[in-house]
Design a protein around this ligand. Sequence first.
Ligand SMILES: C[S@@+](CC[C@H](N)C(=O)[O-])C[C@H]1O[C@@H](n2cnc3c(N)ncnc32)[C@H](O)[C@@H]1O
Length: 278
Amino acid sequence: MSCPLENLLAYLSQCSGFDFPRRRHAFCRKKIDSRISALGCAGTREYHRHLTAHPKELRLLLNTLTVNVSSFFRTPLTFEYLDHKILGAVIADKQKDRSGLRIWSAGCAMGEEAYSLAIQIREHLEKQHIEMDVRIFGTDIDSAILEQAVIGRFQFDQIKNVRHERVQRYFRKEGKEYHLDEEIKKMVDFSFYDMMDPRTHVPPESVFGDFDLVLCRNVLIYFSRENQKKICEKLYRSIAPKGYLILGQSETIHGQYTDRLIREIPCCQIFRKPDPHA
Ligand SMILES: C[S@@+](CC[C@H](N)C(=O)[O-])C[C@H]1O[C@@H](n2cnc3c(N)ncnc32)[C@H](O)[C@@H]1O
């Protein structure tokens, strides 16, 4: 007889594109059991039936099966590299073209990575006395986390990599929370977007994509190889010529893009789309 947990995970996989390898089954079991007892279902089979009839519960469960954990300047080396080697050059290029800077943080959780970039960009622009149109789009599949991103209040753990002078300048401490500066908050637009959406290759809010920087860090890990390939295709298409793709430290681009994107440095997952006119 087939196992109810495996049936349920196969259904979840079909609905979301997520991969549930055996090593994650114990974690999933715990999350599913907690929903079963919250709803008072008799067991996994009954909960499975409930899920198929209640899309909201399905979304809620999927959100608990991916981890929303993030932090400002997560993987500091990547942000140091962006700050010292990439952002200055990209801003100079944009200034030459008289165009604006466009960034997409895909799977942005509470906005920590989008806001970290906003801080770095603001500092670059200030230092060089430049005014520039900067559009940063933060998207996620978890609507509740996006609401928190807009509010912009963080716990110490989320800001532990922020340098002291930046904490002083960009956060106001209230009780145990750190409230982000309104000017930084205004630099990021948050919206719902499912990376598995087959109808679009960029978030509709961004209208046309063409991003100078695309960050999709610690998101691919949840998906099967086949779905990672679909997401990589989407990411690749969304990057402007000479633009950058940044993945999580344990992630890599799908095989078919290894010769279409150039790796910047060996120690970070930063890739560049070549200049077609070079
Ligand atoms: C571990 S967090 C990564 C946050 C941030 N990018 C970082 O690296 O710190 C993974 C995020 O991916 C989001 N996510 C999972 N599946 C998604 C999908 N199909 N489309 C968009 N976001 C998704 C989750 O809701 C979660 O907020």
